[in-house]
Design a protein around this ligand. Structure first.
Ligand SMILES: Nc1ncnc2c1ncn2[C@@H]1O[C@H](COP(=O)(O)OP(=O)(O)OP(=O)(O)O)[C@@H](O)[C@H]1O
Length: 451
């Protein structure tokens, strides 16, 4: 489905007259692009599109390093977008500069995870909270002081705290100071980047309640970045699930939690710890770690770890175990292909001596010695081994892809409408030509959603 038809469908599902505040289209934020050494940039945010409605809280979840902070920082222009658009009430803010950018910055603020590192210990609380007003030359000094004292009260501190220093406060109180500072210029939109993760569990709920109260009082719109899925479920109206710079699924919170569609959402939700330690947990265990965002896989971003990856029809009879080993071989070859061999490794390889890479025989011994490998698979493995012996991992990967690859490894999926509200999910399995993720997850991993 194209982005355009996706938008139309989603608009219909959500009610086209909803008041959209932020519209993000095909946004990319790359680091180290065109650096001195050239090479591949870090694709921290790699083409995301979504909307945030006025007054709502959109949650952003995903494993560490998937690009959540970069996306949040790009939305408030602390990071420069590499491509795409961010429209706030229709204006593309990636195009703003100079006084126009400065004026817009009043409307969008960010609360950081760690109140300790975001507050200057040599300034009084009053100076910290007042600073944005000074920068923007807001009204008179007297009115600024008055406004700051009012704000301290609003965030649950006292007016007298104006002359104290941050180190005189607890972690929860320091986060309240940070929140007061973001409110000084009366923003409409706030990115909350893991605002309670650094706090004691006992004060997390208080700060969450404060954020909810402030949202009601000032009509704020939030992007709420979090690791803790139970907090997200409590506070967010909708949730976006991110993996390797992409949004994999986005939709209303309760629906997404009770009826996930994307294999990655299934995996993420199945990893939530069970409150009852004796309960049998129905889990999907993801192998390995996410790929390096400098070298995202071709095709679907989740393809290298997907527990529901589509397999080529002609090899459907192979056992799950053998498929796991073939998938591992692909990852080993990808690693070897990317790894920069040291000079001494190159010399050793040229002299026919052992290098840290190990031989293909050792790898095959590890992977395939205890599984039954049919002849047609063995002949492909032999061909792959021959290329690896010539240090030609690129051709080895091509041979592997030609035989064992499916659409997941070759084509970037499109968004498909799923669930009751037509929320969207990025997965080839939503195409009618393939089986849905759920029966495949059950067959391969014994995983039954919501069991
Ligand atoms: N300034 C930078 N220069 C180069 N790479 C960066 C920079 N900042 C982040 N990255 C990389 O971009 C990717 C996304 O990082 P980001 O911090 O946005 O992820 P995240 O999902 O917020 O992670 P976490 O949950 O651990 O905070 C990571 O691979 C990270 O190493």
């Amino acid at each position: 489905m194209s982005q355009e038809s996706l938008r139309t469908d989603t608009d219909e599902a959500m009610g086209a007259d909803e008041d959209v505040m932020v519209e993000v289209s095909n946004l990319r934020t790359y680091y180290d692009e065109g650096g001195l050494l050239g090479g591949n940039p870090v694709k921290a945010v790699d083409g995301v599109s979504f909307e945030i409605k006025r007054g709502e809280t959109l949650g952003l979840v995903g494993e560490s390093g998937c690009g959540k902070t970069t996306l949040g920082r790009t939305l408030v222009q602390l990071e420069q977008a590499t491509g795409g658009e961010i429209r706030f009430d229709g204006t593309d803010i990636t195009e703003l500069s100079g006084p126009k950018l400065k004026a817009w910055r009043r409307d969008a603020q960010i609360v950081f995870q760690d109140p300790d590192s975001s507050l200057n210990d040599r300034m009084t609380v009053g100076e910290i909270v007042r600073e944005p007003l000074d920068v923007h030359d807001w009204k008179t000094p007297d009115e600024r002081r008055q406004h700051v004292r009012d704000l301290l009260e609003k965030v649950g501190l006292q007016r007298e705290h104006y002359y104290r220093y941050p180190h005189q406060f607890s972690g929860g109180q320091r986060q309240r100071i940070g929140i007061a500072r973001t409110l000084t210029l009366e923003p409409e939109f706030i990115v909350l980047d893991e605002p309670v993760s650094a706090l004691d569990v006992s004060v997390q709920a208080e700060v969450i309640n404060l954020l909810e109260d402030l949202q009601d009082e000032f009509g704020l719109t939030y992007l709420f970045i979090a690791h803790d899925l139970s907090v997200v479920r409590h506070i967010c109206d909708r949730v976006a699930v991110m993996y390797l710079g992409n949004i994999m699924e986005i939709g209303p919170t309760e629906e997404l939690f009770t009826d996930p569609s994307n294999p990655y959402t299934h995996a993420l939700l199945s990893a939530i710890p069970e409150p009852d330690p004796t309960a049998k947990k129905n889990r999907i265990t993801l192998q390995g770690t996410p790929p390096n965002p400098r070298f995202p896989p071709n095709g679907c971003p989740f393809s290298t770890r997907c527990p529901a990856r589509i397999r080529p029809e002609e090899y459907r009879h192979l056992s799950n175990e053998l498929w796991d080993r073939i998938d591992t071989l692909r990852e080993v070859l990808r690693e070897r292909h990317r790894a920069d061999r040291s000079v001494s490794d190159r010399i050793k390889a040229l002299l026919g001596k052992e290098t840290r890479f190990g031989t293909i025989e050792e790898i095959y011994d590890e992977l395939f010695s205890d599984v039954s490998v049919p002849e047609e698979v063995q002949s492909v493995l032999d061909e792959i081994a021959e290329h690896v012996r010539q240090n030609d991992e690129a051709t080895a990967l091509e041979v592997l892809a030609a035989d064992f690859e499916s659409v997941c490894g070759s084509e970037h999926p499109e968004f498909y409408p799923v669930g009751e509200s037509n929320r969207v999910s990025l997965c080839h399995r939503h195409d009618d030509s393939y089986r849905d993720p759920e029966p495949v997850l059950e067959e391969r991993h014994g995983y039954v959603p919501n069991e």
